[in-house]
Ligand binder design. Structure first.
Ligand code: PMP
Length: 406
């Protein structure tokens, strides 16, 4: 018996895929990243179409200049948590800017989006409380619920009716109800009916927490996300987000309409016991918040490109998981064929994500695309053209798969 015996089933999956495509699809290495939409592997230029770089700000001059200036002013790292090493001016500026953007009194910044969910969920709840979590919740929401003593009840994906039923069934409520949903779901690209979730949550006296990791910057008249787009932002209790997508940096945040949220800073372990974000990460994100507030044209572009791509793929007959949004995913029959198709696209200049269980809802295997405001109409036409060629190759790839898989 070895410590590693438990990995045998996983090793078999990896071996099969490696046999089929001669590489690890979860370990792609780029030799260069030249822009938000272009990378290079060897001498092949690749259109990046799976980066979550929704507004294309990673190469924005103002964001880059802000990051460089912060290094010059305050160095490359904070070397510890804000509790141990103190708060930098940048941390406070960003918290104020985000609170102002959302029109909420409190904001706390974290080192990653992942840690934001760990910290907020575990810090805001205890063993008396009950968490109600959407069935398709992201891994870091699930992990957040594992760090708290609260019990967790899952409700059917995007179903306020099912949430209502489950909240009604609770007898002997000791603590509070804490309901967690996402704005735009990262795998299928479907969106939550936030208004209805607010009605149900508040009817039962609960608090609504929305992870807008994939929607902040992309939706809403000023880019605050889907709660703003749906006109209900002032009713939401907590909105979390990440800096790693629209904000083109690393880190995360949670804003709240409850000023008392501030006290949670003193108890959230993933905030207390890890290094705070670097001045350059924070400054890039701060510059990006400014862009989000003012650059409605980026939102117009991403919406137009997402609609173009969605229509192009739907016309080709791809089975798409949701209506148009910056996340567009096509269901594939199984993991092996999905890997072969993903590899064919990469070898033909298009990088998309391969998404497989347990990271996907309904155990699906997906070719997942995230569109960027930096994609041009021509980029999207090129992506559609390659998916069209892929359609013609599917028989051949299937035959190869049968042969290679034995
Ligand atoms: N929430 C959601 C819904 C996500 O999809 C992700 C990551 N893709 C995160 C949080 C974590 O964000 P980060 O990668 O910035 O830690």
């Amino acid at each position: 018996m070895s410590l590693f015996d438990k990995f045998a089933p996983l090793q078999n999956r990896v071996d099969l895929v490696t046999k089929l495509i001669n590489k690890d699809p979860l370990g792609v290495k780029f030799d260069d990243i030249m822009s938000p939409t272009r990378g290079r592997i060897g001498n092949r230029e690749i259109i990046l179409s799976g980066t979550n770089n929704y507004l294309g700000l990673t190469f924005d001059e103002d964001c880059m200049d802000a990051a460089k200036a912060a290094i010059d002013a305050h160095g490359t790292g904070t070397t510890g948590s804000r509790v141990a090493n103190g708060t930098y001016t940048e941390h406070t500026q960003l918290e104020e800017a985000l609170a102002d953007h959302f029109g909420m009194p409190s904001c706390i910044v974290f080192s990653t989006g992942y840690q934001t969910n760990l910290a907020a969920i575990s810090g805001l709840t205890n063993e008396n409380d009950i968490i109600f979590m959407d069935a398709d919740a992201h891994a870091c929401i699930i992990d957040g619920t594992r760090l708290t003593g609260a019990s967790t009840i899952r409700f059917r994906h995007n179903s306020p009716e099912d949430l209502d039923k489950r909240m009604s069934r609770v007898k002997d409520k000791k603590g509070d109800f804490f309901v967690i949903i996402e704005g735009l779901y990262s795998m299928f690209g479907d969106i939550a009916p936030i208004d209805e979730f607010l009605d149900v949550t508040h009817k039962h006296g609960g608090y609504l927490y929305i992870d807008e990791a994939h929607s902040y910057g992309v939706f809403g008249p000023t880019g605050c996300g889907l709660a703003e787009e749906q006109g209900v932002m002032d009713r939401v209790d907590f909105i979390a987000g990440t800096f790693s997508k629209s904000l083109a940096s690393i880190g995360g945040f949670c804003v709240s309409k409850h000023p008392e949220f501030e006290i949670a800073r003193k108890v959230m372990r993933p905030y207390l016991f890890t290094a705070s974000p670097t001045p350059s990460n924070i400054s890039a994100a701060l510059a990006a918040v400014g862009k989000i507030r003012t650059r409605g044209d980026l939102r117009e572009n991403i919406t137009a490109r997402a609609a173009q791509l969605h229509k192009g793929l739907a016309d080709l007959g791809y089975d798409l998981c949701a209506d148009p949004s910056p996340v567009i995913a096509a269901r594939r029959p199984n993991e092996a064929i999905c890997a072969m198709e993903w590899n064919w696209l990469l070898e033909n200049g298009i990088y998309v994500n391969i998404a497989v269980p347990p990271g996907t809802p309904q155990s699906s295997s997906l070719l997942r695309i995230s569109i960027s405001a930096a994609h041009t109409e021509d980029d999207v036409n090129q992506i559609i053209a390659k998916f069209a060629e892929l359609k013609d190759k599917q028989g051949e790839l299937m035959a190869d798969m049968m042969k290679l898989a034995g």
